[in-house]
Design a protein around this ligand. Structure first.
Ligand code: SAM
Length: 290
């Protein structure tokens, strides 16, 4: 009979944040597949677990998944862990889980911490509904395009960000989304855990002055009804691309091309992405035969 693949969440900082069940499973399985065996060793040592480990990370994912499936098919049980938190949440694991499902191997989740839920728990911003973005793109143009695509979603938005990109991320969020409520959660469950709460303009200003270190989650309020395109203020920071293009065409008598070019300069987006957003946001013509 085939073994079971356990997907086990591990602490994101404080080593006591692990369930009794996770500790038991890690001690009982035949093999633990780890993103970094040295990192997981610290946790195993803390709980006196002697189970053999093997590396499983983004660079050997395919080949290692094949080996682990062979082990599972031979009746061995495997626990999959990442360096911190929940596997597959901005971490490797999906390939192995998909292959296990394809081979009819039982996949059992052992729940525990994840930084996004931990941040949300104390953010003081509604969790319903929320959208997890993972890491924003590192390149400015790609990042702004993604923020633009998320601008009108009435969902609390959660993303992971590297400390050296926080300043740029806050600035771009302010530029594209306007001045929304934000919580920056840093070093969760660790000695220097802290929450910075305020508006994007305040945090952008605060972190313009000083650098920040450690692991960070950003929780940002979603678009409100008051921000729906028809009621949105018409400053070029907050208006939709469609509205801003129309405003330039009507008030400044610009051609569509010239308006697209100006908006692309104002928002530092490519002309192509501004044109795409303009088409997307343009009200649909009614075609109800009436
Ligand atoms: N699998 C993990 C989870 O379930 O949250 C996430 C792994 S991802 C590679 C690492 C990122 O998660 C960090 O760059 C940071 O944005 C966030 N993160 C992880 N641990 C954190 C912590 N203790 N405090 C704040 N953010 C954390």
């Amino acid at each position: 009979m085939a073994g079971t693949l356990y997907v086990v969440a591990t602490p994101i900082g404080h080593l006591e944040d692990i369930t009794y069940r996770a500790v038991r499973i890690l001690g009982e399985v035949d093999l633990i597949a780890c993103e970094d065996t040295r990192q997981t060793r610290k946790l195993l040592t803390r709980y006196q677990i002697a189970t053999p480990t093997i590396s499983y990370h983004e660079h050997n994912e395919r080949q290692r998944a094949r080996y682990l499936i062979e082990q599972l098919e031979a009746g061995r049980s495997v626990a999959l862990v990442s360096d911190a938190g929940t596997p597959t949440i901005a971490d490797p694991g999906l390939t192995l889980i998909q292959q296990a499902i394809a081979h009819n191997i039982r996949v059992v989740p052992i729940p525990g911490p994840s930084a996004l839920i931990t941040a949300l728990m104390a953010a003081g911003i509604s969790a319903e509904p929320f959208l997890f973005i993972g890491f924003l793109p590192a390149r400015q143009s790609a990042r702004r395009n993604q923020l633009e695509a998320l601008r009108s979603w009435p969902y609390t938005l959660i993303c992971y960000e590297a400390p050296h990109r926080i300043r740029a991320a806050l600035k771009d969020m302010l530029l594209v989304w306007g001045d929304r409520q934000v919580v920056l959660a840093r070093e969760l469950t660790k000695l220097h855990e802290e929450f910075h709460r305020g508006h994007l303009s305040e945090l952008a200003e605060q972190f313009h002055q000083r650098s920040i270190k450690g692991e960070i989650v950003l929780v940002v309020a979603g678009a409100t009804t008051a921000e729906a395109p028809s009621q949105r203020p018409t400053t070029h920071v907050q208006s939709s691309i469609y509205q801003r293009v129309m405003e330039l065409m009507q008030a400044n008598a610009l051609s569509l091309n010239a308006a697209i070019k100006q908006v692309s300069q104002e928002r530092r987006l490519s002309k192509k992405s501004v044109y795409h957003a303009y088409i997307q946001q343009r009200p649909q013509e009614r075609n109800d035969g009436g």
